[in-house]
Design a protein around this ligand. Sequence first.
Ligand code: IPM
Ligand code: MG
Length: 361
Amino acid sequence: MNFTITLLPGDGIGPEVVAESRRVLEAIARRFNHSFHFRESLIGGCAIDATGNPLPQETLDSCLTSDAVLLGAVGGPKWSDPKAGVRPEQGLLGLRQAMGVYANLRPVTVMDALIDASPLRPEKVRGVDLIIVRELTGGLYFGRPQGPEVIDGERAAVDTMRYRESEIRRVVKLAFELARGRRKKVTSVDKANVLASSRLWREITHEVAADYPDVELEDILVDACAMYLISRPADFDVIVTENMFGDILSDEASMLTGSLGMLPSASLGVAGKPGLYEPIHGSAPDIAGRGIANPLATILSTAMLLRSSLRLDMEAKVVENAVARVLANGARTADIAAPDQPRTGTAEMGTMVIEAMENSD
Ligand code: IPM
Ligand code: MG
């Protein structure tokens, strides 16, 4: 089959990890006789440097006319002056909004081979298999008004948390659908004891739940959820929550696996439109260009891309199995290595995954 994939390497370690994913996709194409056409575009800080715009029109056009988009990371100290007129992150937020990808799926699975990489005790994290469904195109990230203002001659700033019923309903529905194919439990996370937007969130969630009598629903306040993710992470199945809460909780949840460098994500919108796939980690400027970044979160995002956007389920499984095998064989990038373990570099890790794919039946 023929597919067009836009690659957005971005900043920091983005180009290094996306390069490995591209090699993985090329190996999949060879093995399964597909033809993947790659288009590479600028986003974030590198796009600001080249064009002054973190999301050039050309990039957006390429994304919207692709079958899927794979992104590395955006941002870095070079562009993080709070007084700067444009920021790399605006490119990513603009892209999510323009693609209409309202649901960000962040699966957190603790692989047995990596159980010791977690800062939590093995008995706490064994068997963790949860997925965070983060609302991605609303809430505090996009609410208006937003920006600096002056109150009584004093500097002030405002952000707005606003949700419409339809924005809540579609993402919560997606969470329930997902739960049906899993352990049939949805945890909705809000701050309904304080926030009006959370009270609406809870109301709509219960309306949606009425259509899914086979799925259990629990409501948890976001502060309690932060605690339960550490004290009883294996109890969660599908967690659904608004944009900002999901951003914070997914970084926390990544630590169950030992490293932010392991977590993939898929951002999905209306069926039939391209999805956006990205690791949940950032651009890690401190290690950029050194060839030591963990490419597995991006490679696992590539597996999600194969499955959700290209409908290539078998190919996705081959990639995921290869990653599991490489880890079981003891390969470790610096972020997941024990102090006495040898460290595998970014490209070497990519090569090992490709070899494991080629040697699988
Ligand atoms: C994420 C990141 C982004 C976000 C940043 C880079 C804007 O933290 O994808 O989790 O906050 O959504
Ligand atoms: Mg984040």
